[in-house]
Design a protein around this ligand. Structure first.
Ligand SMILES: [Zn+2]
Length: 309
């Protein structure tokens, strides 16, 4: 049904119980894609957990060992802001494996989505803000190690700055980090991305889209990317509990279309991840991500229709 593959594992759920992070959203998005006829069973791929050799291209031995052997200090647990359990740790390893697979499929099919991931607050040696491992960085390093890509751009539209991404790829000319976010929000202080677009509180659709397009076009003009990882957070939404922007559901759909069209126009494969989304009604978060998949499918089909048979 879809012109690309969607990566999903039933153990993506972080098992957080009553928490502002609705980690049941991964399953809800998958179910909505199927029940609305957007995707069929054959469109889904089941990832393997990332191998430790892949994780260790990004993260320190010490951090990986602490996660695997449940040895986090109290300070480390507090920075994560989520409880750590074997199921949660496994879900992050699966998310990283899923982003590797989405990257590989994007190189083949032009587009792929991982229905989790975008854990952009994880650093090499610690986790924070609900993020234990940086799945996108792990995927980029794996694709580079395989010789499948040389360069990558991370386009991060989550309402919170991609501080882990900026820190991990700081000084690395092979990866360009673009983050458009609410300036006056977590994380404080911020890291330096290759391009940061810090927005005022309550920025709405029109200004959001203008600033994003300007920044994205400028980035793509100066940086040749072999792949784009899209960290497409749902939390710039005006009813988000952890966000302070005022972008509507239609505005977010226009955002995703804008990002996908500019990348596709330049022939850059796109691997999409979800990142944050804390709408008061979880169905709004689900709707925003389902819309992203619908928009990607429309664009991919439009291109294939115009191609010679
Ligand atoms: Zn966020």
């Amino acid at each position: 049904m879809l012109p690309f593959r969607v990566v999903y594992h039933e153990d993506y759920d972080l098992h957080l119980g009553a928490h502002v992070f609705p980690s049941q959203k991964f399953r809800l998005i998958r179910d909505a894609l199927v029940s609305e006829g957007v995707a069929g069973a054959r469109d889904f791929l089941v990832p393997e957990s990332a191998e430790n050799v892949d994780v260790l291209r990004v993260h320190s031995d010490a951090w990986v060992n602490k996660l695997l052997h449940d040895k986090l200090t109290m300070t480390e647990r507090m920075r994560l802001e989520i409880p750590s359990s074997p199921e949660t740790v496994r879900a992050f390893w699966l998310a990283a494996g899923g982003s590797i697979l989405a990257g590989q499929r994007a190189l083949e099919d032009g587009f792929a989505a991982n229905l989790t991931g975008g854990f952009h607050h994880a650093y090499a040696d610690h986790g924070e803000g609900f993020c234990m491992l940086h799945d996108v960085a792990i995927a980029i390093r794996r694709l580079q190690a395989d010789g499948a890509i040389r360069t990558a751009i991370v386009v991060d539209t989550d309402v919170h700055q991609g501080n882990g991404t900026a820190a991990i790829f700081s000084g690395d000319a092979s990866v360009f980090s673009l983050s458009i976010h609410q300036e006056n929000n977590y994380p404080l202080p911020k890291e330096l991305s290759d391009l940061d677009i810090g927005l005022e509180d309550r920025t709405g659709d029109d200004e959001y889209l203008v600033r994003l397009e300007k920044g994205l076009v400028a980035s793509l003009e100066k940086f040749q990317a072999d792949i784009a990882f899209y960290v497409g957070g749902a939390d710039p939404f005006l009813e988000d509990q952890l966000g302070g922007l005022a972008v509507t559901i239609d505005g977010l759909k226009a955002r995703d279309r804008l990002v996908f069209e500019h990348l596709r126009k330049r022939g850059i494969p796109i691997a999409m991840t979800l990142a944050g989304g804390y709408a008061r009604r979880v169905e709004d978060t689900v709707r925003i991500h389902v819309n992203a998949i619908r928009v990607a499918a429309e664009i991919a089909r439009g291109e294939s229709r115009s191609a010679p048979a």
